[in-house]
Design a binder for this molecule. Structure first.
Ligand SMILES: Nc1ncnc2c1ncn2[C@@H]1O[C@H](COP(=O)(O)OP(=O)(O)OP(=O)(O)O)[C@@H](O)[C@H]1O
Ligand SMILES: [Mg+2]
Length: 291
């Protein structure tokens, strides 16, 4: 039987910190695949290599970390690590990353509205109907065109439960939960084929956790965006994703269907995460709203 097309695939991926002749392994022999519209969970304790994997999959490793073995394919085509232009054209509409760190997530010197406008422009250049678009006519006079931009940014902010007034604020003026929502609003403008969300709910209160997971789930359901949800919280990931990859010390400790990994974990790493989940279980599941 012919394999289903994979939108994103990593095979035998290795990443090392390279300094002179010294090499320190950060990722070893990591393989994963993501089908269009699928949700894949990536879980692991702190330091397991989740963010390294995210950065590798999006071509965002910075020296001295570099890919030393393996392949990454997007839509079946191999990506060349020595060709930053290829990655630049893929990021945004092809692969969008929601960063773990608020510092990396948003440009501190641009207002929220300005950053969303950049995403809107990228989505617009991709063509009508492909991204959330007002269908703005490029021939409109400048004042009308600006009004359409303001309206569209307001719509995006409202879609993630934020006030349109937030457009005039800088990232340092808004909370962590708001920054995460702005990242989701950016994704709504872009409608990427793949969204990699690195710890999208960590550090947020339960209400914001629910909101963010609900928005990501809607992006997947409504626009077919394939998601990689990265977290140390197996319970948050398990209720959304069909399959889970458990990472430990830069390797894949276990991979399987979410319900099986949670109900009968095979690896020590998965057992530990499930144990942590049971300890936390007294609180409600952050995505119970979705069930
Ligand atoms: N720039 C860097 N230079 C050196 N080592 C690094 C660098 N970035 C990460 N590491 C190391 O790589 C390993 C994996 O880190 P990574 O940030 O991917 O973990 P993580 O699973 O995302 O953890 P967390 O849940 O805390 O975000 C860790 O041992 C970390 O110390
Ligand atoms: Mg991380």
């Amino acid at each position: 039987m012919k394999d289903k097309l994979k939108i994103l695939e990593a095979t035998g991926l290795a990443v090392h910190l390279c300094s002179g002749k010294k090499r320190m392994p950060l990722l070893r022999d990591v393989s994963l695949s993501l089908e269009p519209g699928e949700i894949l969970g990536v879980v692991g304790e702190s330091g397991a290599g989740k963010t390294m994997l995210v950065r590798s999959l999006a071509g965002l490793l910075s020296p001295p970390a570099r890919v030393t073995a393996g392949k990454i394919r997007y839509g079946g085509n191999s990506l060349d690590y020595t060709d930053p232009a290829a990655w630049n054209s893929l990021r945004g509409r092809g692969i969008f990353v929601m960063f773990q760190s608020a510092v990396q997530a948003l440009n501190p010197s641009l207002t929220v509205g300005r950053q969303l406008l950049e995403a809107v422009d990228v989505g617009r250049r991709a063509g009508p109907g492909k991204a959330m678009s007002t269908g703005q006519d490029p021939g409109l006079p400048e004042s009308q065109s600006r009004k359409a931009d303001v309206d569209q940014i307001g719509e995006l902010l409202e879609a993630v439960g934020l006030s349109p007034d937030l457009a005039g604020r800088y990232p340092f003026e808004i909370s962590g939960g708001m920054k995460q929502r702005v990242q989701v609003a950016t994704a709504l403008a872009l409608r990427p084929r793949v969204l990699i969300a690195d710890e999208p709910t960590t550090g947020l209160d339960p209400v914001n956790q629910e909101v963010i997971l609900g928005l990501l789930s809607a992006l997947n359901r409504d626009f077919g965006t394939a998601l990689i949800l990265v977290s140390h919280d197996i319970r948050a990931v398990a209720c959304l994703s069909r399959r889970i990859l458990v990472m430990e010390q830069g390797r894949v400790a276990e991979a399987g269907y979410s319900d099986q990994v949670v109900s009968s974990p095979r690896s020590a790493a998965a057992r530990q995460l499930v144990e942590n989940m049971i300890q936390l279980e007294k609180g409600a599941c952050p995505c119970r709203i979705l069930n």
